[in-house]
Design a protein around this ligand. Sequence first.
Ligand code: C2E
Ligand code: MG
Ligand code: MG
Ligand code: MG
Length: 282
Amino acid sequence: DDAAKEGQRWATFDPATLEDAEWKLSLLGRLDQAIERGEIWVAYQPKIDLASNRVIGAEALARWKHPEKGEIFPSQFIVAAERSGRIENLTAYILDNAVATAARINRAGRPFSIAVNLSVRLLDNPGLIGMVERALARHGLAPHLLTLEVTETTAMASENESFANLERLSALGIELSIDDYGTGLSTLEYLKKIPANEIKIDRSFIGMLDKSQGDRIMVHSTIQLAHSLGRKVVAEGVENGATLAELRRMQCDFVQGYHTGRPMSVAALLAQLLPDAVHSAA
Ligand code: C2E
Ligand code: MG
Ligand code: MG
Ligand code: MG
């Protein structure tokens, strides 16, 4: 009967799933408040230029310091924020903080560019261009010092609004990077047409580079293809010196990873880049 069926259902039900769902719902309800309360902060991961061996910029990564749950990573709230219409607020906040930090480092005399992740969900948003222009104007950062990272997706086919927005951003002088390159469904046609200055090879191709001949062949030929199309190449997820040496041999332009710098607070970033300056808490 029904009661027995009900019992069976509950017998196979994993309470962890319910807890997980409840936890995500309660999290989301708090995201807007979290921004107002200053629980959202930006971690900066150094980006190294292999020609000069210098930190030439950083990627801004969203973090949530929850008062009870502790540090929460973007894998736990970005997709949910996208689905619930909160990604615009979140992005405006991260962008403003990241651009402010980059402007501050440049004002101190050190050239520095900042990369911000842009959700594909925002690409056809009519407010996007204004949001980016306002952040740059507010802090006085030159557009070429901002890179927007977008993952490759078929939603960016050349005839639609998302693609038009990428071209508008590019026309403003903002740099565009194709994030997690190699994991999406993009065609060679797309790589040729998209107005990106840079491709960022996904860390799933980089992690085993020192051990896997197959990965070395793919990464090396991707670097050569990108270079012949006039694009720069970043490798993400560089975790050891052997991988770094391989990428250098392949003439990769930039690297990011735990080996060359972990995501860090703005205070730690400023201490590393501007060691002689006195840093205020703000
Ligand atoms: P992503 O843009 O591809 O960022 C790289 C991720 O790899 C980051 O994780 C970073 O902490 C991690 N990582 C860096 N170096 C290494 C390494 O050597 N080894 C390993 N195993 N991992 C490394 P994180 O911060 O958890 O971010 C995950 C993803 O969340 C990002 O992937 C990005 O897609 C998204 N995300 C982060 N912040 C934002 C944001 O402000 N807005 C949007 N829309 N998405 C964001
Ligand atoms: Mg990224
Ligand atoms: Mg990436
Ligand atoms: Mg990635």
